[in-house]
Design a protein around this ligand. Structure first.
Ligand code: UDX
Length: 487
């Protein structure tokens, strides 16, 4: 036991609750308190992989991140996060500095690990299903790296995959490439991830529940013990089940969230046709029913992001594959498409034509606290505006760089919300960034040529906006809805 040099002191202070760090003669950590330190590989360093890797490293595990993207590996190695995500950069810098986390594109280093997480992407392919090529190549790489490893390794799939993938795709590849048999040579678990962008670290550290799917009780129990040590008294409810259920749970979860959003957007569309009605009051009231719950009842111009649209399409394609018409999900998707197109319909109605009109777009990211533009409603809105020959000026506190790589010089980029509004004939609030709450009715009145404002996220206070004689409309807000309920 060696706890008197500065590295150990740092570790002692950092871990909460403080733990004893035990090292061998080469100063390698062997144990922290009563939790065994594991060597862990994480394949795929996107939101899920990086958050998983850094949270494990933060608890004192020795983590190797493996990614085939050399640029990403180089960046991470220098402590630079590949995307904006709260807390990620500070966790990354610390883990790299203190040598709990290293990054490589060499998958053979997985041979050293006790645990391997698969966190690679499963993008949408033509027809809505998922492309398994990254999963297949990670499974091949893991299998090859295990050929020479004598000891058992537990392989954990965190990537979102349709039911049957672990048993019918991953396991056969691992067995073929490693020359070992599951469950004796290695263990395989499905452990879907539910983290939200913008809360990746927080959701990894405090999950609502942990799902462990496996065909093998021994592997499932090992993973459950690993999480019991990791979370201690804060361990969330654990559901241990078959691979197929674990895989379906992830899709059911996201499809349900998408359904909630399209449901409240349906109510919003009805509310807009009732003078004085306001969907936010209705959402607040129904959310107080414990059977409904308040989350995911914010009406708006539709859901986007890397998960909800993709998982909905994948579940629909899977339903078709197994002979079930997922018509409910088809409607959820159709309602969402319609929501995304609402700002264009609105502006056309107000301005007659969009040709040559200056339109300000407030917010680009698919939601606040991220610079992610994947499946963001802003993309389709801007594309439509450009098609109609409008002059578009956008402002987003984080996503400008990514937007430039998509739209280039087709649109203009402002450095503040106020700047984007200058001389505009119409403005659409697309992402509910907190800073937009500071915009006053006077900002719109003074800066815009025509003060026509559409709040696509219900961020602005309708009473104030309408009193100021702006031409103000918002999702789910009935015409002439005064006074607006306050709570
Ligand atoms: C989602 C799931 O929440 C997460 O569990 C899963 O692991 C990945 O997909 P994320 O894509 O980060 O996470 O975003 P989320 O916060 O869920 O929002 C998804 C979309 O729904 C956003 O476009 C958001 O604006 C929209 N949304 C969400 C609404 O329109 N209304 C709401 O009430 C909630």
């Amino acid at each position: 036991v060696n706890v008197d040099n500065s590295r150990e002191q740092i570790a002692l202070e950092r871990h909460s609750p403080p733990r004893l760090i035990i090292r061998n003669s080469q100063s390698r950590i062997l144990r922290t308190g009563n939790a065994t330190v594991r060597r862990v590989s994480v394949f795929g360093l996107g939101y899920v992989g990086l958050a998983t890797a850094l949270c494990l490293a933060n608890k004192g595990h020795l983590v190797t991140g493996i990614d085939s993207d050399e640029r990403r590996v180089r960046q991470l190695d220098q402590g630079i996060a590949p995307f904006f995500e709260p807390k990620i950069e500070s966790y990354l810098k610390r883990a790299i500095d203190e040598e709990y986390f290293r990054v490589t594109n060499d998958s053979s280093s997985n041979a050293e690990s006790d645990l391997a997480y698969v966190c690679v992407g499963t993008p949408t392919k033509h027809g809505g299903g998922i492309d398994l090529s990254f999963i297949e190549s990670a499974a091949e790489d893991i299998g090859i790296s295990l050929r020479k490893r004598e000891a058992y390794q537990l392989i954990v799939i965190k990537s979102t995959v349709t039911p049957g993938t672990a048993s019918n795709v991953v396991r056969p590849i691992l067995e073929r490439e490693s020359g070992k048999t599951c469950p004796t040579g290695f263990g395989l678990c499905s452990n879907p991830e539910f983290l939200r962008e913008g809360h990746a670290i927080q959701d990894t550290e405090v999950p609502d529940r942990i799902i462990i799917g496996s065909a093998d009780m021994n592997a499932a129990t090992k993973l459950e013990r690993f999480y019991s040590e990791y979370y201690g008294a804060g361990l969330a409810p654990v559901i241990m089940t078959r691979h197929e259920n674990a895989e379906l749970i992830k899709y059911a979860n996201n499809a349900f969230l998408a359904t909630k959003v399209s449901f409240i957007n349906t109510i919003a569309n009805i509310a807009e046709r009732i003078p004085g009605a306001d969907v936010t009051t209705v959402a607040k009231a129904i959310g107080l029913d414990k059977r409904i719950a308040p989350e995911f009842l914010r009406a708006g111009i539709g859901f986007g992001g890397s998960c909800l649209p993709k998982d909905l399409s994948a579940l629909m394609a899977f339903g078709e594959e197994v002979g079930y018409n997922t018509r409910l999900l088809a409607e959820v998707q159709a309602v969402n498409r319609e929501q995304i197109s609402k700002p264009i319909t609105y502006l056309k109605h107000k301005l007659n034509t969009l040709k040559g009109k200056k339109i300000a777009i407030l917010g680009l990211a698919f939601k606040p606290e991220t610079d992610d533009l994947r499946e963001a409603p802003s993309i389709s809105i801007i594309n439509d505006l450009v098609k109609e020959e409008a002059q578009v000026t956008v402002y987003d506190p984080r996503a400008e760089m990514i937007a430039k790589s998509i739209f280039g010089s087709q649109i203009a980029y402002a450095t503040s919300a106020r700047e984007s509004l200058r001389a505009a004939n119409g403005a659409v609030l697309v992402t509910e960034w907190e800073e937009f709450t500071h915009l006053t009715p006077q900002d719109f009145l003074e800066l815009m040529e025509d003060p026509i404002v559409f709040d696509g996220r219900r961020l602005l206070e309708p009473g104030r906006m309408r009193e100021a004689k702006l031409q103000f409309d918002a999702i789910g807000l009935g015409r002439e809805s005064f006074p607006v309920a306050k709570y």
